[in-house]
Design a protein around this ligand. Structure first.
Ligand SMILES: Cc1ncc(COP(=O)(O)O)c(C=O)c1O
Ligand SMILES: N[C@@H](CCCC[NH3+])C(=O)O
Length: 423
């Protein structure tokens, strides 16, 4: 459930009017609802209660330290894809022993850092990566815990740019090569094979492809067990979608997890005398997506013969999803006004024709009005850039009637502070 609602004609985050936040912190600004964030995490935690299961929040979706801290305090682990993300987890008070390290391009330095901090597992994506990790662990006198990211070749039925589980994608080890890759991993002295994982794509509305992937992983675990390679955990990745349009009907997290556990329990009962296997999930979007909005102001209205443009102070550098995926994001006035609505393209000040946030929206607006892009908490700020020397937005967390500035707006001078002139 999301805690953004109209109260007395003004859009609120929990008990705080977004207009008050705009006045205090300026726009554009990302505003997050703590209650929504925790509700979403607790949806996973409840479905996992009493089981050997770990929810490793995929922090690429939103890695603000305050968000990580709130989730760590609920017991979350983290799915990371860089050494930088690991340092964020630690800075936020998260436990590295609950960290899963994913990604196709881990560097030697990143492997060293992760081994030194004692992460739970490396999700390895290729044979060369296995060899590099074996070497680095050997130099450090350690054994690296390893899971193979298997690419189960199932169609996630999502936008091609965010599907990851097909043969054509760069991710993971091909299903048909997985057995040989496990044998290679098991033969390396400084690796300890502990698990298996997959992540087939993002914004999945239906869990059928995920369950299909699960069946394939189960079959592989059985084959491996037959060879004496016994796995201790099964990581389903992330991918559960959210309702962007008001009409998307994503599978409920509780229902999906129940179906996963039902299959796993039946399989373990039949083949392993009921001995459980640890289950890991790596959700990102379904934890933070509907917990955030991007608050912006209308700068100019430009009526035209072909199109009307509503120029706002947020842009593609603040929120990439429309430009990158042609993603449809809901936009709502903070204080809806009476009067004639026009059809607008919502665009930012960046010098690119691709700088748009929404196309063809019916809006009754005037310059100075506030708009909120809804469901913007995931892959919003984390994908923001400084293009056009634009400072990235402030980030604010609302908790009931309290407002916390959790990242201040970047100032222009900070954007070139690392640069120097040719001597
Ligand atoms: C390896 C991995 N795990 C988890 C996630 C989180 O996915 P989502 O935000 O769709 O839950 C991603 C991103 O798609 C990912 O690449
Ligand atoms: N960033 C993407 C999802 C990619 C997920 C990362 N593997 C989005 O906004 O939808």
């Amino acid at each position: 459930m999301s805690h953004f609602s109209y109260q007395n004609g003004v859009l609120h985050a929990e008990n705080v009017a977004l207009s008050a936040i705009a006045e205090e912190f300026g726009t554009p600004a990302y505003v997050y609802s703590k209650a929504t964030l925790l509700d979403n995490f607790n949806g996973y935690a409840k479905a996992c209660a009493g089981r050997d299961a770990l929810v490793c929040y995929a922090m690429k979706a939103n890695s603000n330290l305050a968000v990580l801290d709130l989730l760590a305090r609920q017991g979350a682990g983290f799915d990371i894809v860089s050494g930088g993300e690991l340092l964020r987890v630690i800075a936020a008070g998260g436990d590295p022993r609950k960290v899963i390290f994913s990604g196709v391009g881990k560097t030697v330095e990143e492997m060293r850092l992760a081994l030194d901090k004692g992460v739970l597992c490396f999700n390895v994506e290729s044979i060369p990566e296995l060899h590099r990790l074996n070497e680095v662990a050997g130099q450090m006198g350690k054994r690296a815990p390893v899971s193979l990211r298997v690419n189960p070749n199932v169609d996630a039925k999502t936008h091609p740019y965010i599907a990851t589980g097909l043969k054509a994608n760069k991710f993971g080890v091909a299903y048909d090569d997985a057995l040989d890759t496990y044998r290679a991993a098991a033969s390396l002295p400084h690796l300890e094979v502990v698990g298996i994982d997959c992540h087939i794509g993002s914004q999945l509305l239906d869990d059928a492809p995920l369950l299909e992937a699960l069946d394939k992983l189960i079959a592989l675990i059985d084959t491996l067990a037959g060879e004496g390679i016994v796995l201790h955990h099964l990581d389903m990745g992330g991918g559960i979608g959210i309702n962007y349009s008001g009409e998307d009907a994503p599978v409920q997290v509780g229902d999906y997890l129940a179906r996963v556990f039902e299959r796993i329990d039946a399989w373990r009962a039949e083949k392993y005398e009921g001995k459980p296997i640890k289950v890991i999930f790596e959700p990102g979007r379904s934890i933070v997506g509907n917990a955030g909005v991007l608050l912006m102001s209308v700068e100019y209205l430009k009526p035209g013969e072909e199109k009307n443009f509503c120029v706002v102070d947020a842009a593609m550098n603040d929120m990439m999803r429309p430009t990158l995926y042609e993603a449809w994001m809901a936009v709502q006035p903070v204080t809806p006004r009476e009067g004639k609505a026009l059809t607008y393209d919502l665009v930012g000040p960046v010098c690119e024709s691709g700088d748009w946030l929404a196309h063809g929206r019916e809006l009754a607006v005037q310059p100075g009005d506030l708009l909120a892009m809804m469901t913007a908490g995931a892959y919003g700020f984390t994908m923001a850039s400084n293009y056009n020397t634009r400072g990235r937005p402030a980030e604010v967390i609302v908790d009931g009637d309290q407002v916390h500035l959790v990242r201040r707006r970047e100032q222009p001078q900070e954007l070139f502070a690392l640069e120097s002139l040719v001597k």
